[in-house]
Ligand binder design. Structure first.
Ligand SMILES: [Zn+2]
Length: 673
């Protein structure tokens, strides 16, 4: 049975210790100049040579020709303390993990009294010194502070901060470090040569990476690979699967697909990762590592080999091509995306999902496209704001079309009625986007708002789309409170109307202005007539940049209030009479309106957009405020409370739109379950 590699190759002198020259050099100097302290503390990560160095130090101190920085290797002490030796009586190695109590410390104290059996010093090596209890340390304190001439202490620990300060301050502290990859790689290569093992290119780089700078871990892994190799040759395939890394071919595939924005290829690569049972997180890590390598390759060009050690020449060539395809800016952005995904994946329940979303994000970047909202302007069925789609091809096309069409229609609209402007439309021959199109897209708009702001959604969802004409959207709210919260607040930028405007812009590609009214005092149609009539007057078509809704007033006058469920051909004929009546409570539309020409209602509000002013309101605002009856006020409070409760419960709002205008008038606020 073979001894483990790391034992067979354990260094026997400081000169053989790799990667710790910052520690070994001063130690050797101290030995040479005979300035040896009575206690040492060796700290550092596991497997980087602390215990080994402690043994070497003991060997140096007790060598018959010593103290020396290079043990002779021939004297009895050196032979006993060599790697095949049986150990020396005068060098006591204590595993502090199992001998950490006061009794053990006392025992040690007693043994320290006796002079060394043969050699110069009695040397105590306390491994895992951080395991010694404070009481144990305290029992040792006196001994460590003023040991007999012939006693030396060497503490080795991974956690020096757990060694009590009073002990630590009596030692010379030498911090060991992880071994740099380059040195480790070199060392592994030399090991393989002396072991007569052929290793395929790239394998050792993987081993070194997996070893993480610990010599013992690295050698253990190498040992395992050698043990499992046939004909004394370690293949890349076997190494990559045993170590759990992503095969570089698979990485190449993924990176090539990403660089070429080939979504099919990229997702195929991801699928292969999953199908081969690989951990998605590991893949993301490896991808990040690869991107980092590519960034280095892009930055260092032909000298990449000096920075990226252990990478076979052909792979380096491939990486140079990949770096070129990506471009350094895109590379660093991709690395950012991958890095943040890696963080998100910590503890994620569905790492695969995260992996796929990450790929989608990378592809969006790669194509340079905006996260395509796959809702065509007028095209039917805009169900949901699609997530960054992988195949953005169809979406952008109509999108581009819409803005182009718009200006035309704005110009032409005043001249003739909507139907004339027909050509650009895909589906409906009205304008670019009319009431029908907006109604079709309305669920998508709502959904979009819901993802942006729940509070805004609560307001907008209670509104009904009356019409969209010349980019002015007429909304009717079921109560004044909602209408009020929809309107821009003084001095407050943004607000619900802005959110809705953006959602509509994103969904159908039109930037709209608003006319807002509340149905709270839904009353006699005549009032509305007059009201809208008065609205019409001041809004003389000024003509306009696209925001202006020139023809609106005229149209408005003809077709005042629209049906609750505005059917498609709404604009053509306002079915005025038939629409409004539902459940009007005559009880209070009579309520006194001070100075009122129009008993309340439909405050057609100028849409307060930066640009758009559709109409000035004829009806004074004050009366509108006063006209609340007690019932109404109570109702609104109830409504307000309801919205809060809904928000708290995160409840969805289902039914109200249908009955809204009716409900408002109803004496009792309706309950939505
Ligand atoms: Zn010797």
């Amino acid at each position: 049975m073979a001894t483990a590699l790391y034992r067979r190759y354990r260094p026997e002198s400081f000169a053989d210790v790799i990667g710790q020259s910052h520690v070994t050099d001063p130690l050797m100097t101290a030995l040479r100049t005979n300035r040896v302290n009575h206690a040492y503390l060796f700290s550092g990560p596991r497997g980087c040579g602390k215990t080994t160095s402690a043994r070497i130090l003991a060997r140096c101190l007790n060598c018959a020709e010593g103290p020396t920085d290079t043990p002779c290797g021939k004297c009895p002490s050196c032979i006993e303390l060599s790697r095949d030796g049986g150990g020396s009586l005068d060098v006591v190695e204590i595993d502090a993990a199992s001998h950490n109590g006061v009794d053990d410390a006392r025992d040690l104290r007693e043994r320290a009294v006796f002079a060394p059996a043969r050699d110069r010093y009695k040397i105590f090596i306390l491994d895992e010194a951080h395991m010694v209890t404070p009481q144990g340390f305290n029992a040792l304190l006196k001994l460590v502070e003023e040991p007999p001439e012939h006693v030396k202490f060497i503490f080795a620990t991974t956690e020096p901060e757990k060694v009590i300060g009073t002990i630590r301050s009596r030692t010379h502290h030498y911090p060991f470090r992880l071994i740099p990859p380059a040195q480790m790689l070199e060392y592994c290569e030399s090991l393989c040569v002396s072991e007569k093992i052929a290793v395929e290119p790239g394998v050792l780089a993987l081993v070194v990476r997996a070893g993480g700078g610990s010599a013992r871990d690295t050698l253990s892994l190498l040992d395992q690979l050698i043990a499992g190799s046939e004909n004394d040759a370690v293949t890349y395939e076997r190494a990559v699967s045993l170590l759990g890394y992503t095969h570089s071919a698979l990485l190449d595939e993924a990176v090539d697909a990403l660089a070429a924005a080939d979504s099919a290829g990229a997702f195929a690569a991801v699928d292969r990762v999953i199908q081969t049972g690989q951990d998605p997180r590991r893949f993301v890590e490896d991808l990040l590592e690869r991107l980092r390598d590519l960034i280095l390759v892009a930055a260092t060009g032909a000298n990449a080999n000096a920075v990226l050690r252990g990478i076979p020449a052909d792979e380096l060539e491939r990486m140079q091509a990949q770096a070129k395809n990506f471009g350094s800016a895109e590379l660093s952005r991709a690395a950012d995306v991958v890095n943040s995904s890696l963080t998100e994946m910590t503890g994620a329940t569905s790492p695969r999902l995260h992996l796929e979303l990450m790929i989608a994000r990378l592809l969006v970047r790669a194509t340079g496209g905006a996260p395509a909202v796959a809702v065509a302007p007028a095209a039917s069925a805009p169900t949901a704001p699609a997530k960054p789609a992988v195949a953005p091809a169809p979406a952008p096309a109509p999108k581009v079309e819409a803005p182009v069409a718009k200006p035309e229609s704005v110009k032409e609209a005043p001249v003739a009625q909507a139907p004339v402007v027909e050509e650009p439309k895909v589906v409906v021959p009205t304008g670019p986007v009319g009431t029908r199109e907006l109604l079709e897209a309305w669920p998508a708009v709502l959904e979009k708002i819901q993802t942006t702001s729940r509070a805004a959604w609560l307001v907008v969802v209670s509104a009904q789309v009356r019409s969209l004409e010349d980019e002015v959207l007429t909304l009717v709210f079921s109560n004044e409170a909602d209408a009020a919260s929809f309107r821009p607040q003084k001095g407050v930028p943004g607000g619900v109307h802005e959110i809705l405007r953006q959602a509509i812009l994103d969904t159908v590609g039109v930037r709209v202005g608003f006319k807002v009214s509340s149905d709270s005092s839904a009353t006699a149609p005549i009032d509305r007539m007059t009201d809208t009539g008065s609205v019409a007057a001041p809004a003389a078509p000024v003509n306009a940049p696209r925001e202006f809704a020139t023809p609106a007033p005229a149209a408005q006058a003809e077709e005042p209030p629209l049906p609750e469920e505005p059917p498609a051909d709404l604009e053509e004929e306002p079915p005025f009479e038939e629409t409004d009546p539902p459940a009007v409570d005559d009880g209070w539309d009579v309520v006194a309106i001070p100075g009122g020409g129009a008993p309340a209602v439909l405050e057609d509000e100028p849409v307060v957009d930066e640009v758009v002013v559709v109409a000035e309101v004829a009806a004074p605002a004050a009366p509108a405020a006063k006209k609340l009856t007690p019932e109404q006020a109570a109702h609104e409070e109830a409504r307000y409370g309801e919205a809060v409760v809904r928000e708290l419960l995160d409840a969805k709002f289902i039914a109200e739109e249908v009955t809204a205008p009716v409900a408002v008038v109803a004496p009792e606020p309706e309950d939505q379950a």
